[in-house]
Design a protein around this ligand. Structure first.
Ligand SMILES: [Zn+2]
Ligand SMILES: [Zn+2]
Length: 302
């Protein structure tokens, strides 16, 4: 199984000289076994993936892509109208996701390509298109077992666990810790303690997430904020680095990939944060391998 990152940025695309190293495209990750193709989210990173697929598949070959959406915030769907394989009638796209703010999955897509926003409507895209609305029931896609779960983000949002043979990957983007938020909802001021205490930062609901990602080879996890930044962004729906590390440690994950970088984060800052995270995780379990996702990062699993 190959896991390749095409867009790693959160919230909004960030081209510019400060984001050259990690990249400025928004969420898009390719998961493939060489034959079947899953695409996690359709942020602006799906545009370069689309052009790459055109060169990768010989002319006349059918591209059959399965696009799994976490949710419909713009940074996760905005690249779709620019996904070139959708403009070829030989190709087939299956689009999976939950309902969006009471709207059916298909209607969310029709909405973003309405004539006032884009010159081509979704019905005018020539590729064969199918929409599959998901709940939490696992589904099978060409040998991939895909299990969705709801995560903690404004609006319905799915995380995914994907298994193929012995290989296991989890995609948990746009998610924030339950513990602090639930304390606030309960009327208790969140107590921002415990990052050095490890398990202290996980509440009961966070432990359900640990079970969901248990034992995966690769955990792709939201890491938009530092702990200090998170304190002033409670309920924005994003995680901080130490939380992602703690989930990975408790779940016996092999590789943790920090994902959904804050649009304000420069290459230099991500590099410095990685050094801090390496030290933080090293003390707890030196075997955990950390990455800050960058455009072009490939992880091969047997
Ligand atoms: Zn996002
Ligand atoms: Zn979001």
């Amino acid at each position: 199984m190959l896991v390749k990152f095409w867009g790693v940025r959160g919230s909004i695309a960030t081209p510019g000289q400060d984001t050259v190293q990690y990249g400025g495209n928004t969420a898009c990750v390719e998961v493939s076994d060489g034959t079947s193709l899953l695409i996690l989210d359709a942020g602006t990173g799906i545009r370069p993936l689309g052009t790459d697929l055109i060169t990768r598949f010989p002319k006349g070959t059918k591209i059959n892509a399965h696009i799994l959406l976490s949710h419909f915030h713009l940074d996760h769907i905005l690249g779709f109208p620019f996904f070139v394989p959708a403009y070829n009638k030989n190709n087939a796209l299956s689009i999976y996701g939950c309902e969006g703010a009471g709207k059916k999955l298909e209607n969310v897509f029709i909405g973003q390509m309405a004539p006032e926003y884009f010159p081509v409507t979704i019905k005018e895209m020539p590729a064969e298109m199918k929409f599959v609305q998901l709940g939490t029931r696992p589904i099978e896609i060409n040998g991939f077992k895909v299990s969705p779960t709801y995560v903690n983000h404004p609006g319905l949002t799915l995380g995914y666990r994907i298994e193929h043979g012995e290989s296991k990957v989890a995609y948990i983007t746009d998610h924030e810790p339950y513990r602090y938020l639930l304390r606030q909802h309960a009327g208790t001021q969140p107590i921002f303690d415990g990052i050095e205490n490890g398990p202290e930062i996980l509440g009961k609901e966070d432990r359900n997430l640990v079970e969901f990602v248990k034992g995966v080879d690769v955990l792709i996890h939201d890491a938009q904020y530092t702990f200090e930044e998170y304190k002033s962004h409670l309920s924005w729906g994003h995680s901080f680095y130490e939380y992602a590390i703690q989930i990975a440690l408790e779940a016996d994950v092999k590789n943790l990939v920090f994902f959904h970088h804050d649009p304000m984060r420069s290459d230099r800052q991500i590099h410095e944060l990685m050094q801090y995270c390496q030290n933080f995780a090293q003390k707890k379990n030196p075997a955990l391998k950390l990455y800050a996702a960058w455009e072009g990062l490939e992880i091969n699993l047997p």
